[in-house]
Structures are given as structure tokens and as C-alpha cells.
Design a protein around this ligand. Structure first.
Ligand code: FAQ
Length: 335
């Protein structure tokens, strides 16, 4: 549904000046790889700032996936049928899998899983603002699939072309699964919209609450996005925050018509000159408050995550003890 995001021109490259001749050679090789759309792999030389940027973005992305299990996970025990429960269980499990692929991709950059998780658990690392809002009704689960996964795909399909090989390859699989998630959300909402007046009101209420946070999820406006320019030069980011947000609005408006819901924006209208939709002002103060830890559910999300990690310690200990035992046995047999 969102694969048009792949059709973009390659970004320009502009690298900082190298420190000496040896580094200049490495830098040239790195630049050439970017210029010729070859992937940078873990064993390749890369500028330190490129490595750090990737660790920042990939780990934030991984944290978002595992914190993102909570809003929907909240409804697993209350899904309205066995079918919806099985679908939701599979979806939430997929998000855990996405987190694992992404942590593994980040680890190839020389950072450990423990360091990454420590950043999340101590509140130092960011994760997506969108997962700090509550899921008040069953309709929220459908809206997360339709709009949150829809926005995630819009942002993530271009990352399949990211210059860093392990991240790009992880994203190909993730996007396939996210696309399925988005369609299941839309289908669930279609069923609810075909139900009672009360169900339709519930869906509309969920759309009203999620629309603006979803638009903000693409990140600050390009003019206030400190990481975009360099991220695009390095081929990590392919399309800017505002461009992706616009594509998402334009893709979503026709879907609202099929669904029979409205979007809570009186300024939303087709602009004939720009050949896209105009939309109203996003509340960036609210966004930054949420990013800064003061959203409706930040504290609850982090506390739940830390508790799950602590309660899982015995599983990690048991797995390590088993691996040690296997290793010792293999050594004994080889001796
Ligand atoms: N929330 O200069 P920019 C999902 C931060 S996965 C919190 O524009 P950049 C799947 C940003 O980190 C959703 N913070 O930064 C799912 C930076 O702070 P820093 C996650 C945000 O990196 C669905 C500062 O603002 N997806 O939904 C947010 O060039 C359903 C300045 O921003 C990804 O992570 C935000 N929304 O662009 C799971 C995709 N936006 O680090 C469960 C990969 C910005 O300098 C259920 N990431 N910030 O301290 C990206 O594409 C980029 O990192 C952006 C931000 C676009 C998120």
C-alpha cells in the first residue's frame, strides 16, 4: 500500500574532511560505496559519527518495537473473539521479533545488548512518542494497526534502502510484516464500522484521539530536525519527516472514505496547486512533552518494561547456564 516511498532519487553525499592520508583513503572508499549504492557492512571502515548515528537510530527503533508491544498487549486478554485474540497475539509477537532483529543489527556496530537495554531502562534512550498514549477501547487496537503501523511503514519502507546493510536487510522483513499488520487493523475497523452505531462511535472516537499523535510520530518539522540533513547525506534517511508526513496524509484520506470515518482536522483539504492535502497545525509542545517523558503513559510503559526485564532474569540465567553446559560437554567430547 505504501511502497511508492521506495521511488526516490539518491541523496547527495558530503563527508567531513579526513584527518590524515590513511584515513582519507578509507573515507574515499566509504564515500565511493555510498555513491555507488553499495552497502556498508559491519567489517567495513566507517566514520565514527556514522556509526554513532546508526546506533542511535537503530536502538531507538528497537526500543519502539518492544515498548510498542504494550498498548496492544493490554487488549490480548479482552479481545472480542478467539480469532481476534489469535491475530493480536501474533501481531504483538511480531513486534518482539522486530525488536530482536533491530537489537542484533545495532550489535553489529559494536554495542552490547546490555548497554542498549540499560539506556532504555534508565530513561536515557528515546523510543517513539506514539506508544505513550493509552488504548482505551477495542477500537484503539484496530486504529493502531491502521494508522500507527501505516505511519511506521511509510517511514520504514525507505529504510529498506538504508546504506547500512544489516539495518536495510532487517527492514525488508519488518516491512512485510508491518504491511500485514496495517491491513489487519483496517479490516478489524471495517468490521466494527459495519456493526452497531455504538461501535461506529467507538471507532470514530479512537481515530479522533490517535490522528494527531500519529502525524507527530514522523518527527519534528524539517526546519527543526537536527539529524535529517546528515542522515540523508549518509543514505540512512531517504525521505524527510515532512515529506513522509505529507505522503501519509495523502494515502490515508481516501482510506477514511472507504472506512466511513472523518479525520479531526477542520483545515484538512485538497490543494489543487500543490496536488496534495493541506492539514492543520500539529501541537509540537505536546509532542516534546511526550518525548521528554511527560506523556500520558510514559512512566507506566517504562515501569512495565523494567519489571518484565527483571522478572525474565531467571530465563536469561538458565539459558546461559545451559549454553555453558553444552560448551563444556562439547569440549570434553573433543578432548
Ligand atoms: N518519538 O532530527 P530528528 C513502529 C527525536 S516503530 C520520539 O528528525 P531523526 C512499529 C529524534 O530521535 C516506530 N522521539 O531525528 C510498531 C531526535 O532525538 P535525538 C519507530 C522522536 O533520527 C507499530 C529528535 O527528536 N520508528 O511504530 C520522534 O533524523 C505498531 C530530533 O528529530 C522508527 O524508529 C518520535 N516520534 O528522525 C510497533 C523508525 N521523532 O535522537 C508496535 C526509524 C523524532 O537526536 C505497534 N527512525 N524524535 O536525541 C527514524 O526514521 C528516525 O529516527 C525518526 C527521527 C524519523 C524517528
Amino acid at each position: 500500500m505504501y511502497t511508492q516511498s521506495l521511488d526516490t532519487a539518491p541523496a547527495l553525499k558530503a563527508m567531513p574532511a579526513p584527518a590524515d592520508a590513511a584515513q582519507a583513503g578509507l573515507q574515499t572508499r566509504f564515500d565511493t560505496k555510498l555513491d555507488t549504492s553499495q552497502k556498508i557492512e559491519p567489517q567495513d571502515w566507517m566514520p565514527e559519527a556514522y556509526r554513532k548515528t546508526l546506533i542511535r537510530q537503530i536502538s531507538q527503533h528497537a526500543h519502539s518495537e518492544i515498548i510498542g508491544m504494550q498498548p496492544e498487549g493490554n487488549w490480548i486478554s479482552r479481545a472480542p473473539s478467539l480469532k481476534r485474540k489469535a491475530i493480536l497475539l501474533a501481531k504483538v509477537q511480531d513486534e518482539a521479533g522486530h525488536g530482536l532483529y533491530l537489537y542484533s543489527a545495532a550489535e553489529t556496530l559494536g554495542v552490547s545488548r546490555d548497554q542498549l537495554l540499560d539506556g532504555l531502562h534508565t530513561g536515557k534512550a528515546k523510543y517513539s512518542s506514539i506508544f505513550n498514549y493509552p488504548t482505551l477501547t477495542w477500537a484503539d487496537v484496530g486504529v493502531i494497526g491502521w494508522l500507527v503501523d501505516g505511519a511506521a511503514i511509510m517511514n520504514q519502507v525507505p529504510i529498506c534502502r538504508c546504506s547500512y546493510g544489516p539495518y536495510a536487510r532487517a527492514m525488508i522483513r519488518i516491512c512485510k510484516e508491518e504491511s500485514f499488520h496495517q491491513r489487519q487493523g483496517f479490516e478489524s475497523l471495517m468490521v466494527q464500522m459495519g456493526g452497531t452505531a455504538e461501535q461506529r462511535t467507538m471507532v470514530q472516537d479512537a481515530v479522533n484521539r490517535w490522528w494527531w499523535p500519529v502525524l507527530a510520530m514522523f518527527g519534528p518539522p524539517d526546519a527543526n530536525s537536527p539529524n535529517t540533513a546528515q542522515g540523508m547525506r549518509w543514505g540512512i534517511k531517504r525521505i524527510s519527516n515532512d515529506e513522509l508526513r505529507q505522503k501519509f496524509v495523502d494515502a490515508t484520506v481516501p482510506q477514511t472514505k472507504v472506512l466511513g470515518v472523518t479525520l479531526p482536522d477542520p483545515d484538512l483539504k485538497w490543494n489543487e496547486d500543490r496536488q496534495c492535502h493541506d492539514y492543520g497545525a500539529i501541537d509540537w509542545d505536546d509532542f516534546w512533552a511526550v518525548v521528554g517523558g511527560n506523556g500520558p503513559c510514559n512512566k507506566e510503559r517504562l515501569a512495565t518494561r523494567v519489571k518484565a526485564h527483571e522478572e525474565g532474569q531467571w530465563v536469561r540465567d538458565a539459558a546461559l547456564a545451559y549454553a555453558d553446559k553444552q560448551k563444556a560437554r562439547a569440549l570434553k567430547e573433543a578432548a
